[in-house]
Design a protein around this ligand. Sequence first.
Ligand code: FPP
Ligand code: MG
Length: 298
Amino acid sequence: MLSAVERKIEQFIADLNDKEISGLYAQLPHGKRLRAKLILKIAGNSLLVVKTAAIVEMIHAASLLHDDVIDDAYTRRAKPSLNALYGNKTAIMLGDILYSKGFLELNNISPDVAKMISNAVVELSLGELKDVSLSQTFNLDKEVYLEMIYQKTASLMEASAGAAALLAGKSKEAYMTYGRNLGIAFQMIDDLLDITADAATLGKPALHDFEEGKTTLPYIYLYEVLDREEKEKLRSMHAKNLSEKEQLWIKMKMREHQVIQKSYEEAKVLIVEAIALMNDRGEDALSSIAMQMIERDF
Ligand code: FPP
Ligand code: MG
């Protein structure tokens, strides 16, 4: 049960015995708790499992606090981000506290779970750094993009599923593939939404990624099919604030060449593979989590 995870996180925070931290944590939106959901669906509701799910969500929350500072993002889940409310220093330190407490608690799980999760956090940090470096270039290499989103987003989902399998005494490979596929598809879809959703739905300005220098999959595909002049035009808009006219041009070209559809189909292949793996194991709840990810319009 997800509420048990919420209570466990609150208890971990209360252990710190610091009113300011409790007050700040209370203001963080919880999000979908997707990683915790995967862990519980794979491994059940024992105390060790709930603790593992709570630790993973604290680490994930920490990474988003840092990410919003890095991305200069002033909204998170349609609400002002913590850095917008209290400044970068507070957001960074709350992130540090959440992930160090998470690591402290990880010592009480098991060495193999601790190793799996810590290894993923190294990957996720390397992935975030790669995201930042890539945004300073006009990356057109799809493999580089895929590797970066694997590290930045999928590694922790892969490790969450793998750790849960270890706790449940299940063979971890299929669950790790499931988590990895879900993570990569999730990030691909998140990147598509930056283009297709309007600013109000998204809770952040549309095309923010490209303005920040990020060339996600649809941009990579679009560049491949544009003519020479259009390629130059797209390049000239990279990593700059876009006028409404420029935004409309990008969206029009993306529609013309159906690159959103093409990217979405690619995310779908990963989800379909993840669903098949779970269907083979009779893991219906895990299949439907994957299914929900692609049941939306673009
Ligand atoms: C969101 O990406 C970012 C991540 C999933 C990973 C961020 C990782 C770090 C900041 C490394 C530091 C780690 C710890 C534990 C403190 P995004 O910007 O594409 O997604 P968004 O649209 O949700 O902002
Ligand atoms: Mg971000």
